[in-house]
Design a protein around this ligand. Structure first.
Ligand code: BES
Ligand code: ZN
Ligand code: ZN
Length: 478
């Protein structure tokens, strides 16, 4: 979808369809109030009514008119408009504050993933036009809106890039294909790219990651992408869980739980999308994205419950459940990342636990770490960006639940509750002392993927992590 901003009065803009957002109060004085009311339109949030004889689509918006409501109303409107046969649409009322939300609504709401359809449904709508001079006579500074448009398009498109990667089947998106994708991104965006194959991983003593991938015919890869501007204000390390498929391993998942496990690579896809956006925005921040791309499968050579693994940092791990594999991969990738880059902050993104969904529901990212102020910053960044985040607190008693009688630490908790937190406390074993306060872990198990549409999301990957991270980076690394 092409999104344009024109320095022209709204009424002068040539478009086949006009979109208006109407509040219940606004409906009373609307020029087509009688017609709309007759059609049953009450201006409920996201309620739609098309008056084709007037080339007008109206969309209800709640009286609070928050960014979030505008974003999801625009997504609903754009989806409806894509079912019509108009080629262009112009949008009427908005303020500079709502502009970003509206652009996101267009780009994220019009997203379709049809790579696996033999006969994708075509649509005619190709252009959405905004004016800086609205039809109510109010005018907005053109340069401010232009900057917003430029930045928002980069971030929203990076979110769709992540969704595309997540939605690929495990057959198409193997660890090797993740590496190929990273290579292509590096070439297109002028990033440095280093790929470690099994031999290199062995040399690096990344035995926990190697154990998880051992039974797969698609061998693991570690991917390191780097964006290095001339005088960076900060150095940021991002780490992503890239399980291209998680069958559970020998602790095999039940068949219904295994479906959707192609999304276990969403953390890896998110960090690739974030570095893509950072480089396109040309931010003065050095960003390193590390991905552990692995497939967790079964076989005669599979790693087993009862195995003890020696991680890259030398700590020993008792494996009691091979389905708690993400933390094993991350243990080594976090170790490698800290050894190779001295960063100001380290953030990891992982579809790590079903327990996170139990704790926070299916839409919210779990935020964990030792630095209270930093976690609060992330909550604010997430809220401003339209993502949901909730803090899950550590405590010293939960830490005892992953003690092992046999090794240094156990890969699962001895109690069935608080699984998202005990998983994060496991990762804490692989964060160096000088990085403890600079580390935040994001559990995106619920937020990264959806099987039913919500907000700006349709079926599949949501691109969770991208918008909130760009928001945090642009706010805190100036
Ligand atoms: N990839 C899963 C977590 C997950 C579950 C993500 C559902 C998205 C949706 C992870 O590897 C896993 O299987 N975790 C186990 C941990 C348990 C064995 C301690 C889980 O959550 O059940
Ligand atoms: Zn698992
Ligand atoms: Zn997993």
């Amino acid at each position: 979808m092409n999104v344009k901003l024109l320095n022209q009065p709204f009424e002068h803009i040539d478009a086949e369809l006009k979109l208006e957002f109407v509040t219940p109060k606004g409906l009373e004085t609307h020029p087509h109030s009688a017609l709309l009311t007759q059609a049953g339109f009450k201006a409920d949030q996201e309620q739609l009514c098309a008056l084709h004889e007037h080339r007008l689509l109206v969309c209800g918006i709640d009286a609070t008119q928050s960014d979030e409501l505008y974003r999801s109303a625009m997504a609903a409107a754009i989806k409806a408009a894509m079912n019509f046969t108009y080629a262009s649409l112009k949008c009427a009322q908005y303020t500079p504050e709502h502009f970003r939300a509206l652009i996101e609504g267009v780009v994220l709401g019009s997203y379709k993933f049809e790579s696996y359809k033999s006969d994708p449904k075509p649509f005619k709508l190709s252009e959405v036009i905004f004016s800086n001079d609205n039809h109510d006579g109010s005018s907005n500074a053109f340069d401010v809106l232009e900057t917003t448009l430029h930045q928002t398009l980069i971030i929203a498109k990076a979110t769709n890039f992540v969704r595309n990667l997540v939605n690929q089947t495990p057959y198409d998106m193997t660890p090797q294909m993740m590496a190929v994708t990273a290579d292509k991104l590096a070439a297109a965006n002028n990033l440095e790219c280093t790929i470690l194959d099994v031999n290199a991983l062995e040399k690096e003593k990344m035995n926990a990651m190697l154990a998880v991938g051992r039974a797969s015919s698609n061998p693991p890869r570690l991917i390191h992408l780097a964006y290095k501007p001339a005088n960076p204000k900060k150095v940021i390390t991002l780490v992503g869980k890239g399980l291209t498929y998680d069958s559970g391993g020998l602790s095999l998942k039940a068949s219904t739980s295994m479906v959707t496990m192609k999304m276990d690579k969403a953390g890896a896809c998110a960090v690739m999308g974030i570095i893509k956006a950072v480089s396109e925005l040309k931010l003065d921040i050095e960003v390193h994205a590390f991905v552990g791309a692995v497939e967790n499968m079964i076989g005669g050579n599979a790693y087993k419950p009862d195995d003890v693994l020696v991680a890259k940092n030398g700590k020993t791990i008792e494996v009691r459940n091979t389905d708690a594999e993400g933390r094993l991969v991350l243990a080594d990738v976090l170790g490698y990342a800290q050894e190779n880059v001295k960063a100001d902050y380290i953030f990891d993104y992982a579809t790590l636990t079903g327990a996170c969904m139990v704790a926070l529901g299916p839409y919210t990212t779990g935020v964990m770490g030792h630095n209270e102020e930093l976690k609060q910053e992330w909550l604010s960044a997430a809220e401003a960006s339209g993502e949901y985040c909730g803090i899950l607190p550590f405590n010293r008693h939960l830490k005892k639940l992953i003690k092992s009688d046999l090794a240094d630490v156990c890969n699962v908790s001895s109690k069935p509750y608080g699984g998202a937190i005990t998983a994060a406390l496991f990762l804490d074993n692989f964060i160096d002392d000088d990085m403890k306060e600079k580390w935040v872990h994001f559990d995106i198990a619920g937020s990264a993927y959806t099987e039913s549409a919500w907000d700006v999301h349709t079926y599949g990957g949501t691109g969770a992590g991208v918008r909130m991270t760009l928001n945090w980076l642009m706010e805190h690394c100036k």
